[in-house]
Design a protein. Sequence first.
Length: 107
Amino acid sequence: MHGLTVGEAGAQTGWSPRMLRYLEAAELVVPQRGQNGYRSYGLLELNQLRSLRELRDRFGVELTEIAFAARLEREPALRASVETWLAGTRLSALDWEQRKHERLLAA
């Protein structure tokens, strides 16, 4: 199968060419580039586009959420910071008070 242009890929998968460019910028679906510099969508990218639509439909998630999840995979420091913050949101009021007092005593 030869590579499809952005317009052809959009027509086959139901995504607009503008959205395909957004997906590439968000590093969710990154097509190959031909010698002429044009995007070339192959079977892999077409399958990614179809499965991305199914994922959104099944779980009701926005593309920005999926893009952020992908960014967490690419950036370990960001992932660690988010995990630390989430752990802090699970503290009970008593735990929070105890940690506050520990910080005050240590100062």
